[in-house]
Design a protein around this ligand. Sequence first.
Ligand code: GTP
Ligand code: SPV
Ligand code: MN
Length: 589
Amino acid sequence: MELTQNPSVLELVRKTAELTTPKEIVWIDGSEAQLESLRKIAVETGELIKLNEEKLPGCYLNRSDVNDVARVEGRTFICSRTREEAGPTNNWMDPDEMKAKLHEILRGAMAGRTMYVIPYAMGVIGSPFAKYGIEVTDSIYVVLNMAIMTRIGTKVLDALGDSSDVILGVHSKVTLDPENRYIVHFPEENKIISVNSNYGGNVLQGKKCFSLRIASVLGRREGWLAEHMLILGIQNPKGEVRYVTGAFPSACGKTNLAMLIPPEGYRKNGWKCWTVGDDIAWLRVGPDGRLWAVNPENGFFGVAPGTSQKSNPNALASTSKNTIFTNVVLNEDDMTVWWEGMTKQPPKGHLRNWKGEVWDGSDGTRGAHPNSRFTAPAENCPCISEEFFKGTGVPISAIIFGGRRAKTAPLVYQSRDWAHGVFVGATMASETTAAATGAVGVVRRDPMAMRPFCGYNMADYWQHWLDMGEKLPNAPKIFNVNWFRTDDNGRFLWPGFGDNLRVLEWILKRCFDEVGADETVIGYEPKPEDINLDGSGVTVETLRALLTLDAESWRENCAGIREYFEQFGDKLPHELREELEALEKAFAE
Ligand code: GTP
Ligand code: SPV
Ligand code: MN
């Protein structure tokens, strides 16, 4: 039965059904009874495997198609009216041409299948910052993941009412044909279509499609920012909680930093960390002239490998119940899951790798896919912030950019001012990871960690960042970090994880004028004695090495930036051009 009279929603459902010809239409009301019946169907069809109810209550395993394991950036399109609006970093096709193509792919695509209509909210339903979407899909996996990652059901439709302010999406697995896989956004029409995939970032449309690609366009129009950022609250021994956001590219440490557990010495002194978000932040100017952040999501779609009791106990605890695991190892003896890095050795027992093959780890292959993931409710997280549930936002003291750089970028530095900070974000580069298909470990430019997620011309996006600074009399300070610097043997120089709090402490002190700094040509760096290394095992010499600037690699970096900027032509904001010229001059031989 239809759950709304909203004309935009009814039209989407009617047109999609006409085109894709499903055998039935099911509206997702969000009730536990309905979700439970879907889980049962998914277990019967083999789409989900029920895990041990005592050890992992309410948890399931999904194995994706072997060629459908990550986001497909090469097949992700921004179909704005003109190519220029999408900009040189996005794939573009004429919207009408793309629609014709997608219609052919979708014609009859749901024949014999059930079509589910998912009403979902990004943000706390009814809060001033919430936005609503509809995803029509033929995948139970998508329904059950969206039920964790977003707020879904009848209450969304009630909040939406008759409004046409809703993002409309269609998803079909079709045949999972990688050659006909398309993830497409029509920003002027607030529409999203994903076909021939069933992988998270491609098809859970509330996440990257809506909350970043479409929302970035809305944010530009309405004067706010949609960013690929974690949001973390840091409570000091005085009981004050200060908030930071961090933009790191995919699989570069957002979830880990968002759930940070302070080192022992810090814990003893009363430091605590609170998770507000681990992947996406919507940022607005508050009446106080500060930048305020909300997390529009309701769960974590986190990288499984490397998550352990030691590296991230909060993430592990988040996956202890009501979680969907995708592409991890199954232990058939007790129906539990495992992935590389959870423990040193795989468990004893009858194991199956992510493809479902018998596996014991002895042949040197990986058991879990490098981009295997968990979908866990945020409410499971032991350090979830109470602000997460309010959805009204937290004031941001620092914005932290960061990437995976073996050399070049030091452990941490602060930008000189907002415009310089925008330059630091705009010139981020990072080694690619398994979160997207393609080569891993190749350094590429990833401005603000948004290269795959900005729904419009990147140069206009930088201008929007600069304009936002003008509206922020109490703007956050902007920093850059690099947890991934290595020595000549390729070993990480910095312990990372909980020890990153040592760097965050310095960052926050800078925001509140509580510590000095060394001025360098790239910005402000800490005086080595100002980073607390007690109990870290890191020597001051190592810290010094982490803060050095190698002129030759910075010259290379400048050349790379210049080449990258060139593709934006006259659109490049002059502030960024001037920052580059100053940097080039500083490193000139
Ligand atoms: P997405 O969900 O793809 O956006 O990724 P993310 O940015 O949330 O990355 P995540 O926190 O899941 O970390 C990805 C990988 O980086 C994992 O293998 C971690 O073990 C590793 N990692 C995270 N933080 C650190 C750190 O401080 N130091 C080191 N060396 N590795 C880290
Ligand atoms: C990322 O790749 O940045 C993710 C996972 O957070 S996905 O949902 O696939 O985009
Ligand atoms: Mn992400």
